[in-house]
Design a protein around this ligand. Structure first.
Ligand SMILES: [Zn+2]
Length: 402
């Protein structure tokens, strides 16, 4: 796609028209003009351009109160594509997706303990191969690359400021990608991307929305009036590093008693190991065959479902800590919906129920009364859909308020 094309795409009327076709199509030119309060000629020329570029196509005819029946227009999500890259602390997933965030092709690779520059080298190597694997005549139909990474990410600069586990410090990922591939690139924090994706493609179409993930670590993405809360350096939403105990454990972030140290999977895991080592009976030992490496969240949840006392005690503790922290967020941000995701949340309805009770008991009545609290809806592709959402919203201005 040429530079000049982006400018056209970003033109307000054009994206308004494209959005209307996408959300309300099939729709006629005359209805587009009415609904957007635009002149028929403005609509006609924008539509002509959108058809020429393949974003929109004509189909059938609509009903008419007399005279010639109007031709209907529909959004064409498959004529262009994007590349989405989801980096976690353990794997990198590369995908080709259409403009409705549908995954067309994907591959996942282990990071296998790589850190710092080695992570980037590996990523570029994988990306080279992935791009080379696409049919070359379609290169101009690529609208961009969108990358999500855990950690402190400045999306405006496209820089990964800080990721402890991968040892990434001030990596200018956007510049590296744009120079290498000549394709416009977006970089965003993974949690931020997911909250936007839940809003745009998931079950939670609310402009004031908070997403919390509980798994290897704890994170959050906060959407306020349909704007992602980034903060100055992209560090807003470091939910796992809010302090819950002033005399608690020292954390690598510099704080003490961080929530992460109490309820992330790593914290739960070490509590399980300690319990086993001190001779406390638990089904987890049996389910893992006595192999500490096989103790993973799914084993914990299996023990929980079979009524294991240790698993249940730990789950209750997680609910208490997380409930308290969530009530803080509710009282701070007054969201319409709050969503829980991550390995510890999925397949753990007991945890959700306990937190729901906690919220009901402790959040301010006016803030909790209409609050929707539920499980994340996007499944395993959430980070890829998140990456796509970031790009689509920015490039096409896909409006969230319609
Ligand atoms: Zn911390």
């Amino acid at each position: 796609m040429k530079k000049g094309d982006y400018k056209l795409i970003q033109a307000l009327n054009r994206s308004k028209i494209l959005n209307k076709i996408r959300t309300e199509g099939p729709i006629s030119r005359i209805d587009l003009a009415k609904k957007n309060s635009l002149s028929p000629s403005t609509v006609a020329s924008a539509v002509q351009e959108l058809i020429r570029e393949g974003y929109v196509s004509e189909m059938g005819t609509g009903s008419s109160s007399g005279g010639r029946k109007p031709i209907l227009l529909r959004f064409n999500p498959d004529n262009h594509y994007l590349f989405a890259v989801a980096i976690t602390n353990s794997v990198m997933t590369l995908a080709r997706m259409n403009l409705e965030a549908k995954v067309l092709k994907r591959e996942t690779h282990k990071i296998a303990g790589l850190q710092g520059e080695a992570v980037i080298e590996r990523l570029l190597h994988l990306m080279d191969d992935f791009i080379a694997g696409q049919e070359t005549e379609g290169a101009e139909r690529c609208v961009g690359i969108s990358i999500t990474v855990p950690g402190i990410v400045s999306s405006s600069e496209g820089i990964v400021h800080y990721n402890t586990k991968l040892r990434m410090v001030n990596v200018p990922l956007k510049r590296i990608f744009e120079e290498r591939y000549g394709i416009q690139t977006w970089v965003e924090n993974d949690m931020n991307s997911i909250v936007l994706a839940e809003r745009r493609f998931g079950d939670y179409a609310y402009p004031n929305l908070i997403y919390i993930s509980i798994g290897d670590g704890l994170g959050s993405g906060i959407l306020i009036h349909d704007h992602l809360l980034h903060g100055m350096h992209g560090g807003a939403g470091e939910f796992g590093h809010t302090s819950v105990d002033r005399s608690g454990l020292r954390c690598e972030c510099g704080n003490v008693g961080c929530l992460d140290s109490y309820i992330s999977w790593l914290a739960i895991y070490s509590r399980i190991i300690t319990a086993i080592a001190t001779g406390r009976p638990t089904l987890i030992q049996e389910l893992s065959g006595g192999d500490y490496n096989k103790i993973v969240p799914s084993v914990f949840k299996e023990a929980l479902h079979r009524g294991d006392k240790l698993a249940n005690d730990l789950n209750e503790e997680v609910a208490e800590h997380l409930g308290a922290a969530i009530v803080n967020l509710i009282n701070m941000f007054n969201p319409q919906a709050l969503i829980l995701g991550g390995d510890m949340a999925h397949g753990n309805p007991e945890l959700l129920d306990m937190i729901r009770v906690y919220i009901d008991r402790h959040a301010m009545p006016i803030l909790k009364d209409d609050l929707l609290f539920g499980l994340a809806s996007l499944g395993e592709e959430d980070k890829l859909i998140g990456a796509a959402s970031i790009l689509l919203q920015d490039l096409f201005g896909f409006s969230l308020t319609e």
